[in-house]
Design a binder for this molecule. Structure first.
Ligand SMILES: [Ca+2]
Ligand SMILES: [Ca+2]
Length: 398
């Protein structure tokens, strides 16, 4: 109550009874039950401070001596304790673990504090990459920092600060009103890994490019794609800002040969400043949209009679020559391998025979197919009736 009779309520706690009061020049000390709390109320301040704490005790009496020092009496079964309220006071406050959500360079620490004469405040920091600062992996506590000091902590995701306060006899309490820290989250580079096609693969038509894109920060990413013939210096743009992890590469207009595809994965969608990239080049891609050249004829001058032929594919090479009966002569789905003269994978030229013993006796024609490594093929129909059948033009599939 002030001199004008106005009543204010500086403290209220409906669950904790007040056991004792003591008015001093410092303020009014309040002894409460159940937690052994001792509060100090100052008329000009809203905060309730706790200069001393007796755990599990009841502060039942408060008294001041002739020198103006205040004493607290606390009861426990079979014991009486007494404390000098004006003894030097120390305290430590540890902040919650602060989470920058990713690796961060910690910058500057600032605080606002009331530090009476004869009192002190020390601020320390420590950093680590787990959310438990006591698991042994964190840095040790730093040197004491001043306000606006640069925090020279190791780069880390988490940080904790600690306030050590001390006040001398008779001095007021240290009050820390605000602590702020600046930090710069560190960007980490994304990683690209091609899935398809494989290095050295022979390709035709529309090629599915696909890749895995990962970012340690879970950033949004996009990919720029380029290609060039292996003997060229300049990259050509295939596609830019692809947000998916696949893209169709139309090779149909490219001349046959070896190509390279370059992918540049960037996390700039999430990091307009300081984005990072990963560049990967897929080499030795063999583009071939040309069907093999194929000639085949009935061997009239050899016994036993069969079929002879030659297949040529300079770009990706031949992987198979086979024959079957034409569609109108049954068994149309079954292909039988011709006998190659040499047994080399994907040669540019292949001579082959189809022995007469393999041919059905009543067959009047067969279809011969040559397939290259990219999957292009050419069909030629060979007549087995009559004495001679010139090679017919092939049907190319591209
Ligand atoms: Ca990133
Ligand atoms: Ca070819």
């Amino acid at each position: 109550m002030d001199r004008a009779g106005k009543v204010t309520k500086p403290y209220e706690d409906s669950e904790t009874p007040v056991f004792s009061l003591l008015a001093t020049p410092d303020g009014v000390y309040v002894g409460v039950a159940t937690e052994g709390k001792l509060l100090l109320l100052r008329p000009d301040e809203e905060e309730v401070t706790v200069p001393l704490r007796f755990h599990a005790l009841v502060v039942s009496r408060l008294a001041a001596d002739a020198a103006g020092r205040a004493y607290a009496l606390a009861n426990v079964p079979g014991a009486v304790l007494m404390a000098n309220l004006q003894a030097p006071r120390k305290g430590v406050y540890s902040s919650p673990v602060l989470d920058a959500e990713r690796q961060a360079a910690w910058g500057q620490i600032d605080w606002l504090a009331d530090i009476p004469a004869d009192a002190s405040l020390e601020v320390h920091c420590r950093s680590g990459n787990t959310d438990n600062p006591d698991d042994g992996s964190w840095s040790t506590w730093s040197r004491p920092y001043g306000s606006s000091d640069r925090v020279d902590m190791p780069v880390a995701r988490y940080l904790q600060y600690r306030l050590k306060v001390a006040s001398g006899p008779g001095s007021g309490s240290v009050r820390v009103r605000q602590v702020s820290l600046t930090y710069l989250p560190l960007n980490q580079a994304p990683v690209l890994e091609f899935k398809t096609p494989k290095v050295g693969e022979a390709l035709r038509n529309k090629v599915q490019l696909s890749w895995d894109a990962t970012d340690p920060d879970d950033d949004a990413m996009s990919t720029d794609l380029y290609y060039r013939a292996q003997n060229e210096n300049e990259w050509k743009v295939l596609a830019t800002a692809v947000n998916e992890t696949e893209h169709t590469w139309d090779t149909t207009k490219l001349s046959a040969g070896r190509y390279e595809v370059k992918a540049i994965l960037s996390d700039r969608r999430s990091n307009p400043v300081g984005w990072l990239e990963d560049t990967q080049v897929l080499r030795h891609l063999l583009v071939d949209n040309e069907a093999p050249l194929l000639t085949a004829r009935r061997a009239v001058d050899k016994e036993p009679l069969g079929v002879l032929g030659t297949a040529v594919d300079a770009a990706s090479g031949l992987v198979s020559v086979a024959w079957k009966l034409p569609d109108d002569q049954g068994n149309s789905a079954i292909w039988t391998a011709a006998v190659p003269e040499q047994n080399i994978f994907a040669p540019a030229m292949l001579n082959f025979t189809i022995p007469a013993a393999q041919l059905p006796k009543d067959a009047t024609a067969i279809v011969v197919r040559a397939i290259d490594a990219a999957g292009n093929y050419t069909d030629v129909q060979v007549s087995l009736s009559g004495t001679k059948s010139p090679a017919s033009e092939g049907e190319a599939e591209g």
